[in-house]
Design a protein around this ligand. Sequence first.
Ligand SMILES: Cc1cc2nc3c(=O)[nH]c(=O)nc-3n(C[C@H](O)[C@H](O)[C@H](O)COP(=O)(O)OP(=O)(O)OC[C@H]3O[C@@H](n4cnc5c(N)ncnc54)[C@H](O)[C@@H]3O)c2cc1C
Length: 382
Amino acid sequence: MDLSLSEPELDLVAICRDFAQREIAVRAAAAWEEARCPTDLLRQMGELGLLGILVPEEWGGIGMSTVGFVAAMEEIGRADQSVAAAWQAHVTIGSLPLCLFGDDAQRERWLRPLAEGRALGAFGLTEPEAGSDARGIRTTAKRRDGGWLINGRKAFISNAGTDMSFGVTLLARVDPLEEEEPRFASFVVEKDTPGFTMGPKLRGIGWRGLDTRELYFDDVWVPHDHLVGDPGMGLSQFLRTLEVGRISIAALSLSLTQAVLDLAIDYARQRVQFGKPISKFQAVQFKLADIATELEAARWLTYRAAYLRDAGRPFRKEAAMAKLKASRVATWAASEAVQIHGGVGYMLETPVARFYCDSKVLEIGEGTNEIQHLVIARTLGC
Ligand SMILES: Cc1cc2nc3c(=O)[nH]c(=O)nc-3n(C[C@H](O)[C@H](O)[C@H](O)COP(=O)(O)OP(=O)(O)OC[C@H]3O[C@@H](n4cnc5c(N)ncnc54)[C@H](O)[C@@H]3O)c2cc1C
């Protein structure tokens, strides 16, 4: 397996590094306080082609490899996790259901604006009563008047409530609803559709810029052309989309770990106690060496999952392993980095404290780490 980046991937990384340092990192502290989705930055990223990074050129994207996306994420996520979280949710779960399973008319109508950076995509799976247990969703879609009547509620949906949002691709149970084995289908519901409303932006302990809300569907009628793929295939479409989402969360985790490692090294070199920089104490050196080693292990798992997807080979197990390992490393490394900073690392004025707050959700989103264990165990025949 050759993990060296190609010329186009290297060019993309250089563009992302420059943009991330010049436009995103300088605003990270203020953005934390503002706690709103930075759609102006996302629009600029759209102009660079980044909002269509995984979409083929035919549909307005730049058709980058998954490996290239992971490498680009390492740059964006080091600058600000909220921007990176909104970006990755748009690129993977927000756009891929239409990209992978939509017909050409749907791709032209909804995917192209997403890929060209004119709109932000959202993915509606989770509900108040059904998170890990995706088959337990209660939102229903019934055939009515040549279309579908949708009723239900979605929880923790990202990117649906911004001034750039186009609506949501959601999963619902479809007729016949009384069958023992439920059938699921995915639908596009555009914003401003009568009956589609949403709650206020929720306040997380991290990812403060990410716009995450509850969505409500009360007798929302959509025409038949809003159904994505065949009725009955929705759940498998959503689960396949989440496999890519897991590589993306793993990449986000790498970016966070690299960021806190860099911050901890800088701080340890300049902080003097007992007459010398704390980087000269072996206890501190060992923490830094451990973070660097675990980061490299997580990086290999993540790039390998991305490489397998690019090669058209199965990557479900590898994506789950990458997400499990990289998110664990990130939460642990963020805690160790705060420890190295001492009291100042506890204060939200410092970037390391903000990364610490951002880290926890990496173990929860796109399937909790317990669910990653289940996915991996299944591939072991358990
Ligand atoms: C910031 C943020 C953004 C999000 N964005 C989106 C989005 O855009 N779209 C979307 O659809 N969802 C989104 N989610 C929802 C996210 O995917 C869910 O929170 C996650 O899947 C877990 O579901 P839950 O919160 O209902 O927890 P639950 O499923 O209720 O789990 C609670 C606990 O029980 C454990 N558990 C559950 N089942 C098992 C089991 N079988 N074995 C062992 N342990 C188990 C879990 O691991 C967890 O520790 C977002 C969440 C957050 C926090």
